[in-house]
Design a protein around this ligand. Structure first.
Ligand SMILES: [Zn+2]
Ligand SMILES: [Zn+2]
Length: 172
C-alpha cells in the first residue's frame, strides 16, 4: 500500500487497517484481530506520520520454549522528508547532525510512503526483547529437558549440586 505525497489532502489523511498483509508472516506469528491506524499530515515539505498498532503476538518463551500470547500495543511518530535530489546522501547526513527533534525523520528518495513497510518496521521495533510466558516460568530442566512448569523431575535431587541439595545438607 503506497501513498503519494500529493495524494495527501491539506487537512491530512487518516487510514485504518485491519488487514494483515503487511505482517511479515514467516517471522511473526499472531492471533486474533489486528488494528493499525495511521494519520498522515502535511507540514510544508514534510509529511508527519502518527500511528498506532494493536495485535496479539504469539511468541516462544525464552525459558520453556512454549508458545504464549502477548498483547502488543505501540504508538509511533515519524516525519517523512524528501531527500534533496542534488545532494549526495553522505554530504546531507553530515550536514544534518541529528538533533533530538530529528530522531525519527525518514528521508525518502521518492515522494511515496510505503504504509505496509512502515507498519512492519514499527512492529519489529516494538517486539519485546525478553520473552517469558510468565515471570514465574520455571523453564526446562537442563538435565532431562522436561518443562518444569508442567512436570517435576528428580534431576535436581540426584545432582546434589542444586539449591535443593544444599538445602537438604544444611538440614541434616
Ligand atoms: Zn515459559
Ligand atoms: Zn530433569
Amino acid at each position: 500500500m503506497i501513498v503519494k505525497f500529493d495524494e495527501i489532502p491539506e487537512d491530512g489523511l487518516a487510514l485504518h487497517l485491519t488487514e494483515t498483509a503487511w505482517i511479515p508472516g514467516e517471522e511473526i506469528s499472531w492471533q486474533g484481530p489486528v488494528d493499525a491506524s495511521i494519520f498522515l499530515g502535511k507540514n510544508g515539505e514534510r509529511i508527519l506520520c502518527e500511528g498506532s498498532l494493536r495485535l496479539t503476538l504469539l511468541l516462544d518463551c525464552d525459558r520453556c520454549l512454549e508458545q504464549f500470547a502477548a498483547p502488543l500495543e505501540t504508538e509511533f511518530k515519524i516525519d517523512f522528508e524528501l531527500l534533496p535530489a542534488d545532494l549526495a546522501q553522505q554530504d546531507f547526513a553530515s550536514e544534518h547532525e541529528c538533533s533530538e527533534a530529528e530522531m525519527d525523520v525518514v528521508y525518502l528518495e521518492e515522494p511515496l510512503i510505503d504504509i505496509h513497510a512502515t507498519l512492519a518496521q514499527q512492529l519489529y521495533l516494538a517486539m519485546p526483547e525478553k520473552r517469558l510466558c510468565g515471570e514465574e516460568c520455571q523453564g526446562l530442566c537442563p538435565v532431562c529437558g522436561v518443562n518444569r512448569n508442567l512436570e517435576q523431575c528428580d534431576c535436581a535431587k540426584k545432582s546434589g549440586l542444586s539449591p535443593f541439595g544444599v538445602l537438604a545438607r544444611l538440614k541434616h
